[in-house]
Design a protein around this ligand. Structure first.
Ligand SMILES: NC(=O)c1ccc[n+]([C@@H]2O[C@H](COP(=O)([O-])OP(=O)(O)OC[C@H]3O[C@@H](n4cnc5c(N)ncnc54)[C@H](OP(=O)(O)O)[C@@H]3O)[C@@H](O)[C@H]2O)c1
Length: 256
């Protein structure tokens, strides 16, 4: 990790709230969907570890969460650095007293035909979108198991189940994440750990602006809508389990 973590806490964060007593990691919390998820989890009473490279943005978000009476710890993390990943989990367990929720949200895009995709681009996207979630899941499992109600939410994409031209490397990375999630969900089921994937179409973030500049921003999914789905997955504890959630724009075509 780049810096010493900075813990922000209120005297009695959201007592009685839906996620009171829970401790979460949200990767990619510096902006976009991850920021919305972190805010949502904190408002629901979880203590939230904010992970991304942009230390300043994480600090500002921690301040926002603190101002709203929540608890957050900003942990600057580079998902391409192997040593950052177990360190992130251990720091969270030490600072927050355990770990019950892991949201593997951070991601990056590479756009262009397969013919023009470089080895370096392939390696970078597979590292951030598939390898880092794998390592974080592996490191988190003992702590999620110990929590008695662990949940992993992996942010995949519509291209986790489909394929779009000029998104070959991105599509492969999200298919890899889907495959990992399918196996992991079965391996940790007996431990009471639930593994979900969310597969959105275009969401109104920097990534969508880069990938789909053609789309009308007024009709793309809002980050807060994805955060609502994450909150539902985390709070639903009935006999039914939702494995994958496929989310499309109201104006987009169904794919089934
Ligand atoms: N937006 C969409 O249309 C859409 C659709 C389907 C799925 N998704 C998925 O949803 C997730 C969030 O996407 P988004 O749209 O919110 O993207 P975004 O706005 O571009 O944000 C990406 C986040 O990932 C973090 N990140 C990237 N590389 C990192 C690294 N090496 N180490 C640590 N953190 C890193 C960034 O933080 P720093 O730059 O501060 O490190 C940032 O917080 C991604 O997995 C994406 O694939 C997005």
């Amino acid at each position: 990790m780049n810096d010493t973590p900075s813990v922000r806490s209120s005297a009695n964060p959201a007592a009685g709230a839906l996620l009171a007593g829970q401790m979460a990691i949200v990767t990619g919390a510096s902006r976009g969907i991850g920021r919305a998820i972190a805010l949502s989890l904190a408002r629901a009473g979880a203590a939230v570890a904010l992970a991304a490279r942009s230390a300043g943005a994480l600090e500002r978000l921690a301040n926002d969460i603190e101002a709203q009476g929540g608890r957050a710890v900003a942990i600057p993390t580079d998902l391409t650095r192997d040593s950052d990943l177990p360190a992130l989990v251990e720091t969270v367990v030490t600072e927050l007293g355990g770990l019950s929720i892991l949201v593997n949200n951070a991601g990056m895009g590479v756009y262009g035909a397969v013919e023009h995709t470089t080895n370096a681009q392939w390696d970078a996207i597979m590292t951030v979108n598939a390898r880092a979630p794998f390592i974080l899941c592996r490191e988190a499992i003992p702590h999620l198991r110990a929590s008695g109600r662990g949940t992993i939410v992996n942010l995949s994409s519509v291209v986790g189940v489909k394929g779009y031209i000029n998104q070959g490397a991105y599509t492969a990375s999200k298919h890899a994440l889907m495959g990992l999630s399918k196996v992991l969900a079965q391996e940790v089921q007996a431990d009471g750990i639930r593994v979900h994937t969310i597969c959105p179409g275009a969401v109104d973030t920097d990534m969508a602006t880069q990938a789909r500049p053609d789309l009308d921003r007024a009709c793309v999914i809002r980050p807060a809508e994805i955060a609502e789905i994450v909150l539902f997955l985390l709070t639903h504890r009935g006999n039914a389990v939702i494995d994958d959630v496929h989310v499309r724009r109201a104006s987009g075509a169904p794919w089934f």
